[in-house]
Ligand binder design. Structure first.
Ligand code: CA
Length: 529
């Protein structure tokens, strides 16, 4: 390795009102470092070693005084903090969450922007008009009991059948932990059930629904996919419900007969999928889910603002972009309600976040349970600071629709959508798949190898150090923004073009290349038995 000459000290301040800035340098800055001219805090000598991504006080902050980042309070000083000090989370009292009453409703009128015409990708057009970015055969399961059998069936389909169907990208089992041992009639059970149903109908699966069921489980196939509630691609009577292979059926004598039945039933689905071809469709057919995981203080400086710029491009192109993560937007609720396109959208935001407040309350925690040890090591003091960096992913458009957890977007619901989900990476990704996501952007500062079998995941590093070390896991290096080598706009455009390439199958993401697949994790707020 060649030695890299150390960069001059660099601090980044988000807004002129802020009384803290973050240290950008790899490895942080040593005690005694004098901040050079031309950067926030110029002339100050650091009183402590300040790690990368962590905050430095730009002026003396009195005990009880507000600490501002993004021009919003991220905490109150628990004691006097002299200028040049490291402002770590133990020095800050977190502000209370904004009440959900008296919020500004649809007050912001976004600037009128030019439509972005002429961008297209090559996708698989489905009968319902939606478009897949991949051509995947997905086997739905009603209960965890069948997971082992389905895994073996999938392995055999891949080995024995898939070589005959070269246009089919993959075969997967939609495995999950739900289906039995649960209070299936509890009001909140609608969430995991509709999530699973709507994932089965994800645009990347071509409308080919095939269910493997055990037989005695609570989540019966007709309850999961009621007749008439989903398209049927073969000649069966639509009133007959989903095509189901039931392992407890008398016809099955021994394990091999179960596998054979699944393999034989898979063939017509694979044949129909194999006959499909990509066609040129407008960029408006993209349904992009965004989320962040393993966040650090750079997330809200580099990667998330670039995603936000890309989100605005997608909205201008007529596409759909979904942002999520209830606990990470809760502290910015007034920004959401004021950006709602209509009062009805603002009401829906308040309804979903209020429901989530009560859900956390039942578990005797609040939104502050969100931050991880890694977030804090990365410089994020608390959820108030994390939220301000997280919400930037949504760009500047008006919020046009709100989805409850597990709900699916309708064809006419486009633009910037708030899909209300927990912030847990796998649960959020699972719910965004149910919403109809055909492409995923995931930003990370600490680093995560996150990936999904159901949909390509474009991963964006917030720091060059991470992008360098994880060179074969990160698809975009937004750390170049902090390095002064690329602008937010350039990185946003780079992402937009990469999305079209990945959607078209011209490029694979690193997670696809290595086949890094996280499990589906259903959000089940209802009791288990
Ligand atoms: Ca997350």
């Amino acid at each position: 390795m060649t030695a890299v000459s150390p960069r001059p000290p660099l601090t980044l301040r988000m807004r002129i009102e802020d009384n803290v800035a973050i240290v950008a340098n790899d490895g942080g800055l040593a005690e005694g470092t004098v901040l050079p001219d031309g950067i926030p805090g110029a002339g100050l000598a650091l009183r402590d070693k300040v790690p990368q991504g962590h905050k430095v006080a730009l002026r003396d902050i009195a005990e009880g005084e507000v600490v501002l980042r993004y021009a919003v309070p991220i905490g109150y000083a628990l004691k006097a903090i002299p200028a040049g000090s490291w402002v770590h989370e133990r020095l800050l009292q977190m502000p209370a969450a904004r009440a959900l009453e008296g919020l500004p409703i649809a007050t912001v009128k976004p600037a009128v922007v030019e439509p972005l015409d002429g961008y297209a990708f090559e996708g698989y057009r489905n009968k319902d008009g939606s478009v897949g970015t991949r051509n995947i055969f997905a086997i739905t399961t009603t209960v965890q009991c069948v997971a082992g059998v389905v895994a073996q069936a999938v392995a055999r389909i891949k080995a024995e059948l898939l070589p005959r169907y070269p246009n089919v990208d993959d075969v997967i089992g939609l495995e999950h932990s739900y289906g039995c041992g649960v209070a299936i009639d509890a009001p909140d059970a609608v969430i995991p059930i509709r999530t699973l149903k709507n994932i089965s109908l994800n645009p990347n699966f071509g409308g080919e629904v095939m269910v493997v069921s055990l037989g005695c489980e609570k989540l019966q196939p007709a309850r999961l996919l009621p007749p008439g509630s989903f398209p049927i691609t073969d000649e069966r009577d639509p009133a007959s419900g989903p095509e189901t292979i039931c392992l407890q059926d008398d016809v099955h004598v021994g394990f091999m007969s179960m596998l054979e039945d699944i393999l034989q039933s898979a063939k017509p689905h694979l044949e129909r999928l194999n006959a499909r071809r990509r066609e040129t469709v407008p960029a408006a057919e993209l349904v992009v889910g965004v989320q962040c995981g393993g966040s650090d203080a750079f997330s809200g400086v580099t990667a998330n603002p670039a995603v936000g710029f890309c989100a605005d491009l997608l909205v201008r192109a007529g596409a759909t972009i979904m942002f999520s993560e209830n606990t990470e937007v809760r502290d910015a609720v007034e920004q959401l309600t004021s950006r709602a396109a209509t009062p009805e959208v603002a009401d829906a935001i308040i309804r979903e976040l209020g429901w989530y407040d009560r859900y956390l309350d039942r578990g005797r925690v609040d939104r502050s349970a969100n931050t991880t040890p890694g977030n804090k090591a990365g410089g994020l003091s608390n959820i108030a600071e994390k939220a301000m960096g997280s919400i930037i992913k949504s760009g500047s458009s008006a919020i046009s629709h709100v989805l409850a957890p597990g709900d699916k977007l309708k064809r006419d619901q486009r633009g910037l959508v708030y899909a209300a989900t927990p912030a847990s990476d796998f649960i959020c990704g699972t719910l965004q798949l149910a919403a109809g996501m055909n492409l995923h952007i995931f930003t990370t500062g600490r680093g995560t190898p996150y990936g999904l079998a159901e949909c390509p995941v474009v991963k964006v590093a917030t720091r060059t150090d991470l992008a360098r070390r994880w060179h074969d896991l990160m698809d975009v290096n937004a750390g170049r923004i902090a390095d002064g080598e690329a602008t937010i706009e350039e990185t946003g455009w780079e992402m937009f073009r990469l999305l079209l390439d990945v959607a078209s199958g011209r490029k694979k993401t690193w997670a696809e290349h290595w086949k890094l697949h996280n499990s589906l994790v259903l959000f089940n707020p209802a009791p288990v038995t």
